[in-house]
Each structure stands twice: as structure tokens, then as C-alpha cells.
Write a protein that binds this ligand. Structure first.
Ligand code: ADP
Length: 217
């Protein structure tokens, strides 16, 4: 099962991909998380990517492709954040990696801005919170591991607009590309995460697969 999850920044790709990973035998491969880990580890490719990420623009293809090609080796995954333009799509296809289904999370710009500006992340385990919609029990502390919560540098207001522009100008055309291949599912992701998740698990495609999940669904 090879799933690609798409949508603008703040659509909830990471949150939904984590839910899928929890309940099905798929691994969540997030290019953004992989890049942030590379930076934390002082990996030279990560260091090259850093300035682009902080500006909210795409990291050059050769860097992201070099990083991702090591990572996309599972049989069953939810790919999140890659590919982000047609050059990257082509790379995936050249490597014979065939996506089964593309989940396109749709949300309004207003929702996106409110979600991103309230987003906080655990520095230790990566769990995602929202100051209003999904607050931690103790302010600034992760419920799961007691790690400290932080705000992503590119979640600050001045960068959000740039990321949305980048998405519109470079990534949104992939939606059309996958629609023409007949593997696109548009999902209204404007509600809470459970509602969005239920819409996805309710898709005929997932039901037909009779995929054996860890939860026994
Ligand atoms: P979001 O989807 O919310 O913008 P991500 O965590 O997926 O956030 O990405 C953060 C940043 O990492 C992007 O703004 C971009 O600079 C970089 N990035 C992630 N994936 C890619 C990719 N496939 N190609 C180029 N840059 C990428």
C-alpha cells in the first residue's frame, strides 16, 4: 500500500499520516521531518537545506532527492511532502515507485493560517499540538514524553504566506497530474482530525484492499 498525502501547509498531512501509521502497517515518511532531522544531526545536506526551509521556499531538487532516495524503501508507506514538483514526480517514477492512491487534503486558506500559527511540536518525540484545537495538558510540555514544545521557525507568520505561495505555484499542479492518472481522492480536511481520518478510512479503496491493520479493522 503506497499512499501519497498532499495538501497545502497546515492541511494536517503529518497528523493524518501519523494516524494511518498507528492503525495500519504503513510507515510515515515525511520529507519535512527527514530534513529537520538531518539539520539536527548536522548532516551536510540538511545544513544546505536549512536556509531554504526558513524562507518557506522549496529546497533544491538535487538535495531533497539525495536525502529521500535512501528513505523511500518500504513496501507500504504514507509519503508526506515528497514529491512537491514534477521533477520530483519523475524521479519517483524513474525509481519504479508506484503510488497507489493520492489523498488530497483540502482546507481553506483561513483555516490553514489559524492552524499553522497555533501549531506547536514536541522537541523530543515530534508529537503535534495546537494551542487552541489540541492543547497539551500542561502548557508547553508534551503529554506523551514531557518534552518541551516549540514552534517551527517556518510556522512564524512572515513565512506562512511564502509557503502557501510556494505550494500554489509549484506543488498544486501535481493534484491535476494525479487526477489525470485516476488515483486522486479529494478529502475535505477542514474539520477535526477524527472527521478527516474517518473520511479516509471510509474510502472504498481502503475497504477493498482489506488491509490488515494493527487495530484489527
Ligand atoms: P509543510 O507541508 O507544512 O510546508 P513540511 O514540513 O512538509 O511543511 O516542509 C517544510 C519545508 O521543507 C518546506 O517549506 C521546504 O522548504 C522543505 N521541503 C520539504 N519537502 C520538500 C520537497 N519535497 N522538496 C523541496 N523542499 C521540501
Amino acid at each position: 500500500m503506497k499512499i501519497l498525502i498532499m495538501g497545502p501547509p497546515g492541511a494536517g498531512k503529518g497528523t493524518i499520516a501519523e494516524m494511518l501509521q498507528e492503525n495500519f502497517d504503513v510507515v510515515h515518511l515525511s520529507s519535512g521531518d527527514i530534513l529537520r532531522d538531518a539539520i539536527k544531526e548536522n548532516n551536510p545536506l540538511g545544513m544546505k537545506a536549512k536556509a531554504f526551509m526558513e524562507k518557506g521556499v522549496l529546497v533544491p531538487d538535487e538535495i531533497i532527492i539525495e536525502i529521500m532516495k535512501e528513505k523511500i524503501n518500504a513496501d507500504a508507506f504514507v509519503l508526506d511532502g515528497f514529491p512537491r514538483n514534477l521533477v520530483q514526480v519523475k524521479k519517483l517514477e524513474d525509481a519504479d515507485i508506484k503510488i497507489d492512491i493520492v489523498l488530497n487534503l483540502q482546507v481553506s486558506e483561513e483555516t490553514v493560517i489559524s492552524r499553522i500559527s497555533g501549531r506547536r511540536i514536541c522537541a523530543q518525540c515530534g508529537k503535534i499540538y495546537h494551542l487552541k484545537n489540541m492543547p497539551p495538558k500542561k502548557e508547553d510540555i508534551c503529554d506523551v514524553c514531557n518534552g518541551k514544545l516549540y514552534q517551527r521557525e517556518d510556522d512564524k507568520p512572515q513565512t506562512i504566506k511564502e509557503r502557501l505561495n510556494t505550494y500554489r505555484e509549484q506543488t498544486e499542479e501535481l493534484v491535476k497530474y494525479y487526477d489525470e492518472k485516476n488515483i486522486l481522492e479529494n478529502i475535505d480536511a477542514g474539520g477535526n482530525k477524527e472527521t478527516t481520518y474517518d473520511k479516509i478510512t471510509g474510502l472504498e479503496w481502503l475497504k477493498k484492499r482489506k488491509y490488515k491493520s494493527k487495530a484489527g479493522l
